[in-house]
Write a protein that binds this ligand. Structure first.
Ligand SMILES: Cc1cc2nc3c(=O)[nH]c(=O)nc-3n(C[C@H](O)[C@H](O)[C@H](O)COP(=O)(O)OP(=O)(O)OC[C@H]3O[C@@H](n4cnc5c(N)ncnc54)[C@H](O)[C@@H]3O)c2cc1C
Length: 426
């Protein structure tokens, strides 16, 4: 029993961790007095952190990644899957490489965090002690932020804002449309993951309709926001590739979403009623449940952090990464989560293994595909300032750019995707 291997841990974690007793995880049993890092969430934030601490600390820190899913489908590039430009396997990954690199995988939900005892309680009751904890649980959806919408309604009117079966459902509904059918998207209010994501998705809807030769179908976006990311360049691209197909309405135009009805497909605003053959409803968002339950959120529903190091403002032993945190000027994106994780990895190695730490620097770029080989981008560099993560410099695609530039943007995004998934999944 004292020679429990990493492989065994992984297998036991998946099959029956709930039945294991707490002392299995005590340092003496594992034969280590190493400092322990526990990471909750195996997405861009948590996966990158676990990978980098394991790799760069070269065994000096014991790293456990708690993630219930055995495979992870990326939201980023899921719009390209919806557009038929990627297959599902190409955006789905497992944790085998991280495990082979020495990260202990616990494929269970973290049920709670005992901050006083510095332990994570797994589903089933097993406790994982930690010296430092990092959480990157992503977002939960506020289903009731859209009147008439619910988790059940999402089986008919998918949100597809968490990748996996929802994404496949949305794609299959899109592919079943007939010419003349109406698509309605209810876009989310700020703050939400991936600010340009809804508009890239609409572009991919239009790409599919155009490819099928549909002339009569239309897409209506009902937006609770008065403006959106890269709006002018999106509008230019829509006019170029899909003239007359996409209609965007701000709150002044629709007057507010009054109800969505999954039984009839009807979407009522203050001023009109739409009968959607495909409704994509993306509700408001908040930090994942584990963050809320552990009282790491503020009234906004997200987690305040120290911009110098990504530590929770509520608990200096806990780091919060990615969509769940309040990252100042940084958008909620996989690129941001990955960048934040690298800062946290450096700080954790410094605190637990005596490595050198440097001032925090962050970066982000969000590419959006409008049509084949036609991508636009927005990005920035950030550093701590004025008590938040503050934008230091930035760039955004401009109207009237040459097609070559947009083709190059797309190539950049493909290279970025290959790099970030290697960062997250080893
Ligand atoms: C359609 C769409 C397109 C996008 N495109 C882009 C893009 O092009 N570029 C970009 O940079 N970003 C993009 N994003 C945003 C990006 O997907 C997110 O910002 C990113 O996934 C956030 O990473 P995260 O690690 O914070 O959370 P997530 O990716 O949500 O990962 C959280 C993980 O935590 C796990 N978890 C949650 N609770 C627990 C718990 N209690 N115990 C254990 N595990 C738990 C979950 O199972 C999940 O695996 C897009 C998003 C969408 C929806």
């Amino acid at each position: 029993m004292s020679k429990i291997s990493r492989r065994n841990f992984t297998r036991l974690a998946g099959a029956s961790l709930a039945t294991l007793s707490t002392p299995l995880f005590a340092p003496n049993v594992l034969g280590q007095a190493k400092p322990k890092l526990v990471v909750i969430g195996g997405g861009p934030g948590g996966g990158t952190l676990a990978h980098y601490v394991q790799k760069d600390a070269a065994g000096a820190i014991d790293v456990t990644l708690v993630e219930p899913q055995r495979t992870f489908t990326t939201c980023f590039f899921s719009n390209l899957y919806i557009g038929g430009l990627r297959n599902f396997n190409s955006i789905t990954f497992n944790y085998d490489k991280l495990s082979q690199r020495g990260v202990r995988m616990a494929h269970l939900m973290a049920a709670s965090i005992d901050r006083d005892k510095k332990q994570v309680v797994l589903a089933g009751g097993t406790r994982l002690p930690y010296d430092r904890l990092a959480i990157a649980p992503g977002v939960d959806l506020k289903f009731d932020s859209v009147p008439g919408y619910s988790e059940e309604a999402a089986q008919i009117m998918p949100h597809a804002w968490k990748a996996g079966p929802q994404t496949q459902l949305l794609a299959s509904k899109l592919n079943a449309l007939k010419d003349g059918d109406l698509i309605v998207m209810v876009a989310p209010p700020n703050p939400y993951r991936c600010p340009p994501g809804p508009y890239e998705r609409v572009s991919m809807f239009a790409h599919v309709l155009k490819k099928k030769g549909f002339k009569k179908s239309r897409i209506v976006i009902l937006d609770p926001k008065p403006a959106f990311s890269k709006q002018a360049v999106f509008a230019e691209g829509w006019e170029k590739h899909y003239p007359g197909m996409i209609e965007w309405q701000d709150p002044k135009m629709h007057g507010g979403i009054k109800n969505v009805d999954p039984k009839t497909g009807e979407i009522k605003t203050d001023l009109a009623s739409y009968k959607a053959a495909l409704a994509n409803i993306i509700p408001a968002q908040m930090a994942g449940k584990i963050a809320r339950d552990a009282a790491l959120v503020d009234p906004s529903g997200f987690c305040p952090i120290d911009p110098e190091n990504m530590k929770s403002k509520m608990d200096a032993n806990i780091f919060v990464l990615g969509d769940a945190c309040i990252a100042g000027d940084m958008p909620k994106s996989a690129f941001s989560a990955n960048s934040q994780a690298k800062v946290a990895a450096m700080v954790i190695r410094s605190e637990l293994a005596g490595a050198r730490a440097f001032p925090a620097r962050y970066s982000n770029t969000c590419w959006s595909l409008i049509e084949t080989d036609d991508a636009i981008k927005i990005g920035a560099a950030y550093e701590p300032g004025e008590g938040k993560i503050k934008q230091a410099s930035g760039f955004v695609s401009q109207k009237g750019e040459a097609a070559d530039i947009h083709k190059q943007n797309y190539k950049e995004s493909v290279d970025w995707y290959a790099g970030i998934v290697a960062d997250i999944f080893g």
